[in-house]
Design a binder for this molecule. Sequence first.
Ligand SMILES: *[C@@H]1O[C@H](CO)[C@@H](O)[C@H](O)[C@H]1NC(C)=O
Ligand SMILES: *[C@@H]1O[C@H](CO)[C@@H](O)[C@H](O)[C@H]1NC(C)=O
Ligand SMILES: *[C@@H]1O[C@H](CO)[C@@H](O)[C@H](O)[C@H]1NC(C)=O
Length: 292
Amino acid sequence: MRPTALIPATCCLVALILSFLCLFAGHKKSFMEGYHLLTLNTSVLGETLLPEDRTSSNPILNLLNTIPNEISESINDQIGDATARLGIQDFYSAHMLNYCEGQYTPAEVPNATVSESDISKNVTSCGKSRAMYRFDPTQIIQNALSKSGLNVSLKDLKWPEDIQSGIDALNALMSAMFVLYVLAICLIFVTLVAAVFAILTSGRLSACLNFVVAILAFLAIGLASALVTAVMIKGTGVINQYGNDIGLEAKWGGKFLALTWAATALMFVVVVVWVVEVCVGRRKKTTYAKHG
Ligand SMILES: *[C@@H]1O[C@H](CO)[C@@H](O)[C@H](O)[C@H]1NC(C)=O
Ligand SMILES: *[C@@H]1O[C@H](CO)[C@@H](O)[C@H](O)[C@H]1NC(C)=O
Ligand SMILES: *[C@@H]1O[C@H](CO)[C@@H](O)[C@H](O)[C@H]1NC(C)=O
């Protein structure tokens, strides 16, 4: 019997649940939607073109011209009109296995009566869950535009081409992240089983064995968390850098980070417990040797 092994066993169990949630958060409509990797706010896409010369031949301006041409105040009342007509949703949120889309309620942009915290996401649909899917905003917007039947292209929206290099890098890393999460889940499961065995048995060998699997699981979930953090920050950075000019805004998911780093911290505790167990085991053995 080794009652102290209850601590790593419990930590592993919680870490296992948390890593599962990381992988599956958002995979179904309205299931942990807040735990997105990043959300693309497309609600005012193209509307930054409004104050420009409204007589040019850009088809999006023709479209916007059908919105009453009054002073900017009344334009604010029309926020979301342009994108709605183009068939573009208010937001697109990327998760580990798919992406979802929907509308902001009750309004897209905070105003005097609606504060930012009052705005919530209303998910209208989510893609099929798929391992290593591609999150490609250019393709998403392109598809929406072609479906709208209006003669508006990405070029008319002034969609920045530089955004694509960032998106490609993001997708390459997304695949690596997926593999790391699956690996981490497997290793945490093995660590959990080993810890349960360690509760029932004792001896230094089992402590050593537990230490080895625990450190592997910790490295896998730690690497996955580090990678996901980098992808989020880099991805939102690139999209905001090139997209803000046309009203595109990206936000990274703080809740997802909390989830994945909590799992990592728990696995760190597991590693520490097994280091202590191995050391205590060694001291016991040398004491026995002296006395025996
Ligand atoms: C969406 O983006 C626009 C433009 O950057 C911003 O004004 C608005 O507050 C954002 N809406 C939400 C709900 O984040
Ligand atoms: C703020 O937005 C809401 C929802 O679109 C609207 O009903 C309300 O009248 C707006 N308030 C102001 C002061 O513009
Ligand atoms: C969310 O969207 C659906 C369909 O568009 C709509 O019926 C529902 O009322 C919306 N919910 C909220 C809270 O706005």
